[in-house]
Design a protein around this ligand. Structure first.
Ligand SMILES: Cc1ncc(COP(=O)(O)O)c(C=O)c1O
Ligand SMILES: [Zn+2]
Length: 435
């Protein structure tokens, strides 16, 4: 098994460095250790690098005294200790919504939705970008860049604008127009590429080797960037009253979010901030891009790349960097990775909206769709306390649900502005509007 557990050393006398209490980088494959700095691949085996820490002892009160954003956990992240005073978008501390009506519909006892729409650009990506930006500035990078399936582009462009630095984002030309508009508005450079996300990612890797002062947040700054997703896990535990849920369902694109939520839970246990209770981690993919679910079902350790074809474009990564580590986490915790069709994604988006007033993006449809599927298959316990992640905002993927009342040419068909016309509409809709 690759996961070696969080190598946490706590000594009260620790003093923060320019990366806080982060102390080294280590290879996730061979365990070799390296100095903190601008590297992301192991010099011994080319495996991906991860940040290791010598954490201080930390109390719940220390954390609660911090700001209502991710920097309340700054001492658990690879960022300078004064990061909260830098110009940043202050993401995080999003709501954990108790979803009783949705739970009743699904026959579950206790269900929570971690609602990442509350972030500055309405997706969890603001968290990872804020951490990447802080580390990149510390390492002397001058430009913030990324290959993106959409939400990351929004977050990079916004964070760079706020920090007053240049941004360059690379996206597939097929992206939702809402996501393009919500990137271009920040004024950085947005380059649309004729190809899939995996093509865009390859180009970004070549550029990262070529442009010395460009920080591609999810490529050459990836070890720091990925740590930002731990804050979702910390917040869930803190918002539950400093305890872990029994089950959690997480959307999987590269897989980093899922792996880091698990890392966060294990760190909180190691630090004595939560009780060491069992939890199961489940991964969610769309059938049109489900390489990790396929590997899970087949019992494989390696993930065979696929060419994505799904409406869940934010999750359309055919060659996921963290795929094997997702498999490790779900197998270690007794979870699973499953996938659902685009039709199930749309139906789940509608269910979440109609039961809880939460309009999630397609990734949320995938996550709730997979929750339903796992319940139906008996793989997930309906009596165990469960959290699902709504990682983004439905306003950015409007095409998935369409506009009701559209005529054949796509225009919305209205009624005449008279009482008689309204009453005629009311009687023709009586069955559908009964309260
Ligand atoms: C809305 C949304 N949810 C989930 C994910 C998955 O994140 P990860 O690549 O960390 O698996 C993404 C990635 O782009 C996303 O945009
Ligand atoms: Zn290595």
């Amino acid at each position: 098994m690759r996961e070696k557990g969080p190598a946490i050393v706590t000594t009260p006398a620790n003093t923060p460095t320019r990366f806080g209490f982060a102390s080294h980088l280590f290879c996730r494959e061979c365990g070799a250790t390296f100095e903190l700095g601008a590297s992301h691949a192991c010099a011994e085996c080319f495996g991906p690098l991860e940040v290791g820490y010598e954490l201080p002892s930390l109390s719940r009160a220390d954390i609660a005294a911090g700001p209502a954003n991710i920097w309340r956990y700054a001492s658990l992240l690879p960022v300078p200790s004064d990061v909260a005073s830098s110009r940043n978008t202050e993401p995080g501390w999003t709501r954990l919504v108790r979803a009783d009506q949705l739970a009743a519909d699904l026959g579950m006892s206790t269900l929570w939705v971690k609602d990442e729409r509350d972030n500055p650009t309405h997706a969890f990506k603001d968290r990872v970008v804020a951490v990447a930006l802080a580390a990149a500035v510390e390492m002397g990078y001058k430009v913030l860049a990324c290959p993106s399936t959409g939400n990351l582009a929004n977050a990079v462009a916004a964070a760079a604008a706020r920090a007053g630095i240049r941004s360059v984002v690379l996206i597939p030309a097929s992206l939702e127009s809402q996501k393009m508009a919500a990137t271009a508005v920040y004024g950085g450079s947005m380059v649309t590429i004729d190809g899939t996300y995996d093509d865009v990612n390859r180009l970004a890797s070549e550029l990262a080797d070529d442009r010395e002062d460009w920080a591609f947040v999810n490529v050459n700054v990836r070890p720091y960037y990925a740590e930002g997703s731990k804050t979702i896990g910390y917040e869930i535990a803190e918002q539950l009253g400093w305890r872990l849920p029994q089950q959690i369902v997480v959307p999987v694109a590269s897989g980093a979010q899922l792996v880091k939520i698990d890392k966060a839970f294990r760190e909180l246990i190691a630090l004595g901030l939560v009780a060491d209770t069992e939890y199961r981690v489940f991964g969610a993919q769309a059938t049109g891009c489900a390489p990790v679910a396929a590997a899970f079902r087949a019992g494989h350790d390696v993930v065979q790349p696929v060419k994505p074809d799904t409406i869940a474009k934010s999750l359309a990564i055919g060659n996921p960097a963290d795929g094997p580590y997702v498999l490790d986490v779900v197998r270690r915790t007794g979870g699973a990775v499953a996938d659902v069709s685009d039709a199930e994604v749309v139906s789940a988006i509608r269910l979440l909206a109609a039961t809880e007033g939460i309009f999630g993006e397609t990734a949320a449809g995938v996550t709730l769709g997979v929750l339903r599927r796992l319940l139906a298959d008996g793989q997930l316990d309906p009596r165990a306390e469960t959290v699902i992640i709504n990682s983004g905002d439905g306003l950015k993927t409007l095409d998935a649900v369409g506009v009701p009342g559209s005529g054949p040419d796509g225009a919305v068909v209205g009624i005449r502005p008279t009482l008689a016309a309204f009453e005629a509409w009311e009687s023709s809709h009586a069955a559908g509007t009964a309260q």
